[in-house]
Structures are given as structure tokens and as C-alpha cells.
Design a binder for this molecule. Structure first.
Ligand code: HEC
Ligand code: HEC
Length: 313
């Protein structure tokens, strides 16, 4: 190093490297830079000791803290499952009313219910539950079989005409197809149902059909046609139709007596799941479930003696 020379202008030693007459000065590294460098080294060493760092032949150095993102995620999942388990158990224990009135339980039931509905019910009832022809609309407060929490739970658990021994049952007879009524009577009754729903109908047909309705239909639909949730008979006086409001749809129903089938969910969904989806349906429908039939128009000459009607079912 004795052959090193000093730069004449700055007085700094050169390194001895020279390119085309340009010489390199041997300036020391700036102090701040060195300090940062040493800190980095220290931090790196501390990090290697505490955290997983170096690969080894059959794994890696785990570090003293045994920190692992993978384990953290697994723990988070376990905690979530435990939390859900707790809420699931609470759903099982709480009554439907309690679930609906307890904000965090309701929120949990709504989230679970939405997922269950999307997976199991939406194919028939539509993504939002708005239903379609023959498939009950679950978003309004009009109910075939009752809209109280317990009614909905019963419907979902055992189904409708599902074959389950406790299923909701009733069958409107096929009045036309089975020859129980003459074609003219079915046509007159179609007018009568149009009249019941507060629309213009042929007065002659309405007068002819009134006694037939009292005898054949009132047992299920009620003397005024307001329906009966015990037998799933729709209210015929409102503007809500399962099969359609036009004369052809009404005629078809009186002729064929279709009865919609809804599967039973007991055995496929747990009791807690059925409760969750029950609350989901109830809240989305507006949540009152009170039957609110519209007033039926009065028929001057109607013989509305329900005693003359056949026993339903
Ligand atoms: C295979 C088709 C189908 C599936 C799947 C289905 N439903 Fe239904 N559901 C029906 C039909 C059809 C009716 C109307 C039955 C009738 O005419 O009385 C109905 C009626 C109902 C009713 C009674 C409505 C009322 O007005 O009283 C409720 C509540 C209901 N479904 C809830 C559900 C829920 C919740 C699920 C999912 C767990 C579900 N349904 C899955 C076909 C289905
Ligand atoms: C044994 C009970 C019963 C009797 C009797 C009965 N119905 Fe029904 N009716 C029902 C049921 C249940 C439904 C709903 C069918 C379904 O849910 O798929 C229905 C549905 C209807 C509908 C369709 C309503 C809609 O919203 O689309 C009309 C219209 C109707 N009935 C008219 C009549 C007339 C008219 C008579 C008499 C000739 C009659 N029903 C007798 C049980 C009955």
C-alpha cells in the first residue's frame, strides 16, 4: 500500500486503480450508510433466530417464535368453526321468535338462510324467492299454508304433498277431467272466480255459478272465496295468483285441479338449518304472516250455505 498516492486537489488517498488517467479516490463510506448497514445485519440475524428463515435438507429453520402463516390460517378456521358451532347450537336451542328478535342471532340466521336458500330452494322458488307459475312467491305476505314462523317451519320440514307422513295435504278435485262438473259449469265457475277477484264478469254466469261454488268450492276456499290456510286453498278474492289470473289459467285449475308438490327437508337439512331458512323466508316476506284477505264482493242471489258443501280433501 506504500505506493498509494494522494490526490492533489482533495488530499484523499487513491485506491491505485486508474483508467485512462482517471484515478479512483479511496473515500470512506458515509457514516449514516454504514449505520443503516449494520442495523440491517443485526435485524437480519435477529429475524433468522426468531422466524422461519433458512431451508434445511428436510424442512426449514422454524425460528424461536414458531410463527407460521399456514398454522395461523388453520387456527383462524378452527376459531370460525367453533364460533359457528356456538351460533349453530344457539340456533338449535333458541325458539324461532328468539332468533328473529336477537340481532346477532338473526344476522347469523339470515346469512346461513341465504346460503341454504340459494343451494336448495332457488331452483324452484327463484333466486330471490319470487317464485313463478305454480311455485309460491315467498317474498310477499300472501300465504297458501300460513306465514307465521311456525307455519313456515312446518311447511319446510315436512313439505307439501311430498309423501312425508306429516306433509301438508289437500287435493283440489279435477272437477272437469273427472266429470264432477259439466263443462258449462266449469266455464260459469271461471266467471265466478273472475267476479270474486273484483273484475268484470258475465252476470248470468256468476248467478248460475254461485250455488255451485257454495256446494263444491266453499268447503276449501271459504263461502266468500277468501281461502283457507288449513287446506292450502288460495284466497280467490285478491290479485295474487299461483297459476295465473287469466280465464284460461283459472279454467285449467278447475278442470285439472293441480296440486303443487314441495319436498320435505327434514333429514336433508338439520333442525338448525331449517330454523335459519325459516327466519330468512319470514323476514324477507315482510315478516308478519297475518292473513289479510280482501273483502269479497257480495252476490245478491248466492246460496252460501257451507253446510251443503262436500267435506274437503
Ligand atoms: C322442487 C321444487 C321446490 C323446492 C326445491 C322447494 N320448494 Fe318450496 N314450494 C314448492 C311448491 C310447488 C310450493 C307450492 C305448493 C302448493 O302449491 O301448495 C312451495 C311452497 C313453499 C312454501 C309455502 C308458501 C305458502 O304460501 O304457504 C314455503 C314456505 C316454501 N315452499 C319454502 C321453501 C324452502 C325454504 C325451500 C328450500 C329449503 C323450498 N321451498 C324448496 C316447490 C319447491
Ligand atoms: C279440497 C279442497 C278444494 C276444493 C273443494 C276446491 N279447491 Fe280450488 N284449490 C285448492 C287448493 C289446495 C288449491 C291450490 C293448489 C296448489 O297449491 O297447487 C286450489 C287452487 C284453486 C285455484 C287457483 C288459484 C290461484 O291462485 O292460481 C282456483 C281458481 C280454484 N282453486 C278454484 C276452485 C273452484 C272454482 C272450486 C270449486 C269448483 C275449487 N277450487 C274447489 C283446494 C280446493
Amino acid at each position: 500500500m506504500s505506493d498509494r498516492e494522494r490526490d492533489k486537489h482533495s488530499g484523499v488517498e487513491t485506491t491505485g486503480h486508474e483508467w485512462d488517467g482517471i484515478k479512483e479516490l479511496d473515500n470512506p463510506l458515509p457514516r449514516w450508510w454504514l449505520i443503516v448497514w449494520y442495523i440491517c445485519i443485526a435485524v437480519a440475524i435477529v429475524y433468522w433466530v426468531l422466524f422461519p428463515a433458512w431451508p434445511t435438507l428436510n424442512g426449514y429453520t422454524p425460528g424461536l417464535l414458531h410463527q407460521s402463516d399456514r398454522v395461523n390460517v388453520a387456527n383462524d378456521m378452527k376459531a370460525l368453526a367453533a364460533q359457528r358451532g356456538v351460533e349453530g347450537v344457539m340456533l338449535e336451542k333458541a325458539s324461532l321468535d328468539e332468533i328473529e328478535k336477537t340481532p346477532n342471532l338473526q344476522a347469523f340466521a339470515m346469512a346461513e338462510g341465504q346460503a341454504i336458500f340459494g343451494n336448495n330452494c332457488a331452483p324452484c322458488h327463484g333466486a330471490g324467492g319470487a317464485g313463478g307459475k305454480g311455485y309460491a312467491n315467498l317474498r310477499d305476505d300472501v300465504w297458501l299454508w300460513g306465514g307465521q314462523l311456525a307455519d313456515i317451519q312446518q311447511t319446510i320440514t315436512h313439505g307439501i304433498r311430498s309423501g312425508d307422513p306429516e306433509a301438508r295435504m289437500s287435493m283440489m278435485p279435477s272437477f272437469g277431467r273427472d266429470g264432477l262438473l259439466k263443462p258449462q259449469e266449469v266455464t260459469d265457475l271461471t266467471e265466478y272466480v273472475v267476479f270474486l277477484s273484483h273484475r268484470a264478469a258475465s252476470p248470468g254466469a256468476v248467478a248460475r255459478a254461485a250455488p255451485i261454488f257454495a256446494a263444491q268450492c266453499a268447503a276449501c276456499h271459504g263461502p266468500e272465496g277468501k281461502g283457507n290456510q288449513l287446506v292450502g286453498a288460495p284466497n280467490l278474492t285478491d290479485s295474487d295468483w299461483l297459476y295465473g289470473s287469466d280465464r284460461k289459467s283459472i279454467h285449467d285449475q278447475i278442470w285439472f285441479g293441480r296440486g303443487g308438490v314441495m319436498p320435505a327437508w327434514a333429514g336433508r337439512l338439520s333442525a338448525a338449518e331449517i330454523k335459519a331458512v325459516t327466519v330468512y323466508v319470514h323476514v324477507n316476506s315482510g315478516g308478519s304472516g297475518a292473513p289479510a284477505p280482501a273483502a269479497a264482493p257480495t252476490v245478491a242471489s248466492a246460496d252460501t250455505n257451507p253446510a251443503s258443501a262436500p267435506a274437503g280433501q
